[in-house]
Each structure stands twice: as C-alpha cells, then as structure tokens.
Design a protein around this ligand. Structure first.
Ligand code: ADP
Ligand code: MG
Length: 701
C-alpha cells in the first residue's frame, strides 16, 4: 500500500461521516488515513487486571472493577439531573454516574447482578466515582477474548462528549487496517533495518495499535521512534549541508602574526584541552570557504572569552574585522576591558560602542570602522544600527545569544555583501540532546571542562528561620574583604509584590549592615539604566560590599572578589536561573558560597531543584534535571516548542535513540548526499512525502 492511498481524506473511511470527520480534524488534526495511522496510543491498558475499590488511587487512570449495583437514584442539581448508582465490590463502595441517557440505564442495568465496570475514576467528597462507565455483565465478559494490551489514544473532552470514545477510535483503526490489508511500504533502507534489527514498517504499525505481545510492542515503539528522529535529523543535517555548499564565507587560510604572537607569548594561562579542541574546530570552519555557523556552549566560567579572542585574531590576521556583541552595557565594558588587557602587547585596535557612547566618539568610531582602522568592535545592540558599517566584517561573535532574537542575528549578516562567519556563545546549558534537535542546523562546540584549580562553589540550603546565622556568615566574609550578592526574585506576574519584598529585604539588610562599616548597592528593574550601571559599577569597583538585586545581574557580570551569592525565595527560581546566578561567584581564587534561602513550604519540584543545586555544579547535569522537571517546551521557549511536536519519541527519555538516529542520518548523507541510490529509495521517497504532506516540518525552516 502506498503513500498516495494513505493520503485519502478521513471521511472516506467507513464509519466516519462528515460530523466525525470534522471533529477528528479539529480535535486531533486527523485529515487523512495516514494521520489516523499516526495517531499513536499514549499508553496501553492491562485489561487482564481487575482492581478492588480499596486499591484505587486518587489520580488513577482507567480501571476495571468487578462488583454489583445495589442502588440507583436520580440526584437533582443546578444544571440538569444526575443518575447515581451505588456500586460495591465487597471491599468498599463507590458511585457510577451518568449525566445523560438515564432512561436507558434505568431500564437496562440490573441490580445486584455482577458486572465488570470500566472507566476513569474521580475522587470527590470522600468517595470514588466513575462517570459513564463501560459496563458488561460478568457472565458475558468471561466469553470475550481479553487482549492484554488495549491501546489508549489521545483524546479531548469534546471528542468524548461527542461520542468518539477510545472504543470508537479503536474501531476506526480496525476498519483502516482491514481496508489497507495491513501492508505498508517500508520507509527505511534495508541497511538500516538490518544493522539495527528493526521490525518492518508493517509489523511496527500493526503492533503499535494492536500489540501481539509486549516484546513486539517494545520493538515497534523503538522502530517508530527511531524513524521519527531519523527523519528530523536527516532534515536538519541536509539543511546544514546545503547551507555549507551554498553560503560561501571568506576563507581564513592564514594563521598569522597576531594569533601566533598571542599564542606563543601572551597567553595568560595554559588553555584547557576543551578550549584547544574548540579553537581547532573553529579554525577548521574559518579555513574552509563556507560560512561558519557555530554555537559554542560552555558553562559559566569555562573560558569562552579567550576562545572568542583567538577566533577574532584569526580574522584580523586574514585582513578582516571582527565584532563581539554582548547583551548589556556592563558586559560589553567588561569584555572591552578584558580584551584590551589581553591584547595590550598586540598591534590591534579595539573599540567599544554602546548606547551611552557620546556622539562625537560615535562618529569617530563609524569613520574608523569604515576605513578599516578598527580591528575589533565590541558593543551592545548599538552595533546593529544602520550607521554602523564595517569595511570588511569577517567574524561576528554573539555572547549570550538567548537575549538576542534570531532576526537580529541575521541583521548582522547583512552588514556586508558576504556574510561574516558567526559564532554564538552561550552559558545557558542546553542539554546536548535538545541542542542537537533544536540547533541541528548549527554546528555545536562544547567546552566541557573548567580551568584547573577552581574551587567548587559550596552550595547550601537554609530556611528563613536561620537568617541571623546567615547574616553572621556574611559579615565574616565581608570582614575578609569579600563581596556579597543578595538576590530577590522578580516575576512579572507578581511584580508589585516582589518589588515590595525586595524593598523590605533591602531595609532589613541596611539595618543589619549599617554605614559606614558597610556600603550597599541596589539594582532592580524599575531603575533607569544609567542608575543601574552606576550602582553596578560601584560594586564592580569594590566600593560597596553588598549588592542587593533582582535577577537583572544574572547574565555575565564578572566580579571575581564576590564570593557569596545569597538567593532569597530560592524556591521560586527555576533551575537554570539558579545556576546562572550561582555562576556570578566562584570567579576568583577564594572559596565561594551559594546560599539558597527558602521558607519551610516547599513543593516537591522545588525540593528537587534545591537538592540538585546543593549536589552539583555541573550545568549540563542541572539542565538535564531541569528538562525532566519542566519539559522541553518551557526550556526552549514558545517559538521553538514546535520542535517538540513529536508523535512518539520523547526528546528527554529517548535521547539514546536520538543519538543513534543522528549518526545513521549522518552516515546516510555522507555516503549518498542526494539519496539517489537504489538502496536509499525508500528514504528518498519518505522524505519527499514528509516534506510534501506534513507541515510539522515547517518548524525547521
Ligand atoms: P565564560 O565562559 O563564563 O565567559 P570567561 O571567559 O569569562 O568564562 O573565563 C572565566 C575566568 O577564567 C576568567 O577570569 C578567565 O581569565 C579564566 N580562564 C579562562 N580560561 C582559563 C584557563 N585555561 N586557565 C585558567 N584560567 C582561565
Ligand atoms: Mg562570558
């Protein structure tokens, strides 16, 4: 059976009239036979298991119970009537409830005769109830053949209200399998099937809907997950390849004077192996004549800046300019000062351009940029203004890209005739598996090693009731010359309240740490940018010992002398935010601390977050936990949640399959980029069908 036939509109299936067709389309996105086939069960129900009422859980799924109706009554309620049966199985009692079809039930349900009832249970007012149960007399039930695994399909309230129950869906699928005679064309190549010992497409589809055995179900699930991930990876990798062959970049073939002088004489420390590896990867990219499009992931403090600098030196050695864009003025200034210091023995001209650059200076920079006198320009969004014209921008580096939209990224590309190479750096640890699927069209480098000699940050969890002890600890640290951050949450929805918390907190800190012994900075979102910078800079220069702030300090700020991070109401922060905040300390030689303050009331997720923080400093490990807690959609933000529109695979749980799928997709494209071989015919066909018929693939473009 073939693709063409599977594209038959669903209303041509026996049992689907115009109404049902309409509902299936609206509620489940099922337009064609193919769509119905791809409606995979969420789970399977063991219909060989019978529950006792006393065994029921408050949030249990569908269950079947054997018992008798001992009483039937109509209950009047505000909106219509309810028919309620008292049902007992000898262990306890529960209610069966109907909102419609009372007459039929009253006439047909037998009192005191054993039934098997099946359905979802609710817990209400101290009793379990089962609305609209499926009921079957035990005498009849025994005759039927029980399949051990009954598929449970995704549904919506509207569907079940309109009578399209799980049973109906099963019926439709049975009908479809009968019409198709269970024969489906293979969608993977023989090589892949053989080497991974995958079951055929026909076996997989039959068993995913009607499992013949748990083993076959497992193998079918594996095959379908693999297939789904394989085609996503194939698409991403193809895009990447096409990009490389189409979009040319300036080849930087020279490794010249600046790079060599710096590398041989002015490196302030020995590079870590991870840094060396990443620089090599970047050098390779820059040396080819395809445009580089690389994402550099590295935990806070892993040393991305030096990698950025050395990449920029390569550009300069090849006669090009480079720019480094940061999300805030403070960060830009820090990069600027840092790079000036690193380059002070080199012959490079570095400038900074931000919102607060004076007009005269701005004009000078514009001019020097156009005539090529500036080698490296550092700055904020100000770099994206139309007046900023490079003579020949060869490399654009973007630090902390999650603050920049993709649109802005592409704006930089169009500054020049030829697009510059692009390196995006981020400390937001995105689990590799997720990065692979979301950024599959970027190349990814990872610095997965911290510079040697770092003392791990000691993280503890303290309750508000221990606050005085915490304050004493802060005083000790300050007396040793250290600085301290105290951070309050600021969540948009509760902004006014949060602001009050911050101010209350600030006042109590001012009381606890009085002038002139202590100087305190405060930074929050309602301040003018100039005031924020002023306060921030006082702290950076060491004029204040305590920085009270909302999360505005989260990105990038580098104050090596700050050794304590206190996070108030830590239970309200997400894991990645906590990790980012903690990354503000531990940047100097001293032992650093992170203190997570909370009340005693903690949800179980909050407990997991706090525990994770106290147990590990590893950003990737933390991001994996975060992903499990929140789900991928939340982590990547709404724009990218389309990527997670998977039918059967789960990006978190199936990361092992994802890796295999990716390597097979790579291998396939490597040996046969056009998918032209006889062997790859099924892949080529499936791929083009997917592109043609499935708009879910749009998310990739
Ligand atoms: P991030 O990746 O967070 O941007 P930075 O580039 O700011 O990290 O580096 C953090 C600190 O570690 C800086 O003070 C930097 O000088 C230092 N550093 C970077 N690489 C090394 C290294 N290989 N050995 C020792 N110190 C290093
Ligand atoms: Mg950095």
């Amino acid at each position: 059976m073939n693709g063409g036939f599977l594209q038959t509109p669903i209303n041509y299936l026996k049992g689907v009239g115009p109404n049902r067709a309409d509902l299936l389309k609206k509620e489940l996105g099922i337009h064609t036979f193919q769509d119905l086939l791809n409606l995979f069960p969420n789970r399977y129900l063991d219909r060989t298991k019978y529950y006792k009422i006393t065994e029921l859980q408050r949030n249990s799924a569908e269950v079947q119970i054997v018992g008798k109706v001992i009483h039937l009554k109509t209950v009047e309620q505000k909106r219509g009537k309810r028919l309620v049966a008292t049902f007992t199985d000898g262990t306890s009692k529960m209610e069966l409830v109907w909102f419609r079809g009372h007459k039929w039930i009253r006439e047909n349900v037998k009192i005191n005769v054993p039934y098997v009832v099946f359905g979802k249970t609710n817990w209400y007012n101290g009793t379990f109830s089962m609305p609209h149960p499926e009921m079957e007399l035990v005498s009849k039930h025994k005759e039927g053949v029980r399949s051990a695994m009954q598929p449970i399909y995704p549904s919506t309230e509207k569907l079940s209200k309109s009578g399209i129950t799980n049973k109906v869906i099963i019926g439709l699928l049975q009908q479809l399998f009968t019409e198709l005679k269970g024969n489906f064309s293979e969608t993977l190549s023989k090589t892949i099937l053989d080497s991974l010992k995958l079951v055929s497409k026909s076996t997989a589809l039959l068993n995913i809907h009607f499992p013949q055995s748990p083993e076959l179900l497992a193998r079918s699930q594996y095959r379908l997950k693999f297939e789904e991930l394989f085609y996503i990876q194939l698409q991403l990798l193809r895009k990447n390849l096409q990009h490389k062959s189409k979009i040319k970049g300036y080849p930087f073939e020279e490794i010249g004077e600046n790079f060599n002088t710096f590398y041989n004489h002015h490196l302030p420390f020995e590079l870590t192996n991870a840094q060396k590896r990443v620089i090599k990867e970047i050098r390779n990219d820059l040396g080819s004549n395809a445009q580089m499009n690389r994402l550099l992931q590295g935990d806070v403090g892993s040393g991305k800046t030096i990698v950025a600098l050395m990449s920029m030196l390569i550009a300069i050695d090849n006669g090009f300019q480079a720019c480094l864009m940061a999300p805030t003025e403070i960060l830009s200034v820090q990069h600027y000062n840092g790079l000036l210091e690193l380059c002070n023995k080199l012959n490079t001209s570095i400038e900074i351009l931000t919102g607060s650059t004076k007009t005269s200076k701005r004009r000078e920079i514009h001019k020097k940029l156009e005539n090529g006198e500036i080698n490296i320009l550092i700055g904020t969004h100000a770099l994206l203004e139309d007046k900023v014209k490079f003579q020949n921008l060869g490399l654009a580096i973007i630090d902390e890209q999650h603050r920049f939209g993709v649109a802005q990224r592409s704006k930089l590309w169009h500054k020049n005739e030829y697009p510059p190479h692009v390196l995006v750096m981020t400390a937001t640890p995105i689990p590799r598996t997720l990065a692979m699927s979301v950024y599959g069209d970027l190349d990814i480098s990872v610095i997965d090693e911290l510079p040697p000699g770092r003392k791990g940050i000691k993280t503890v969890h303290r309750f508000d009731s221990n606050r005085l002890k915490v304050f004493r600890f802060l005083k000790d640290e300050i007396s040793k010359g250290r600085q301290v951050y105290i951070v309050y949450p600021l969540i948009q929805e509760s902004e006014a309240l949060d602001y009050k918390d911050l101010m209350d907190g600030y006042e109590s800190i001012v009381r606890e740490f009085p002038q002139p012994n202590y100087q305190i900075s405060i930074v929050h979102g309602q301040m003018k940018p100039a005031d924020k910078d002023f306060e921030m800079n006082r702290f950076v220069r060491g004029e204040t010992q305590i920085m009270v702030a909302t999360t505005v300090i989260e990105v990038g700020v580098n104050v090596p002398n700050a050794s304590v991070m206190v996070i108030e109401s830590a239970e309200r922060f997400g894991l990645s935010q906590l990790h980012q905040l903690r990354g503000r300390v531990g940047r100097g030689a001293e032992q650093s601390y992170c203190i997570l303050m909370t009340s005693h009331k903690l949800s179980s997720d909050a407990k997991t977050r706090l525990q994770t923080m106290t147990q590990t400093n590893d950003g990737f490990e933390i991001s994996e936990v975060d992903l499990k807690l929140r789900g991928p959609g939340d982590i990547m933000g709404t724009q990218q949640s389309g990527v997670l529109n998977l039918r059967i695979a789960d990006i978190v749980k199936d990361s092992a399959i994802l890796k295999i799928a990716r390597s097979y997709a790579m291998q396939t494209l490597k040996t046969d980029p056009a998918l032209a071989s006889e062997e790859n015919k099924p892949i080529k066909h499936t791929y083009s069908q997917l592109v043609k018929f499935k708009n879910i693939w749009n998310y990739i473009s």
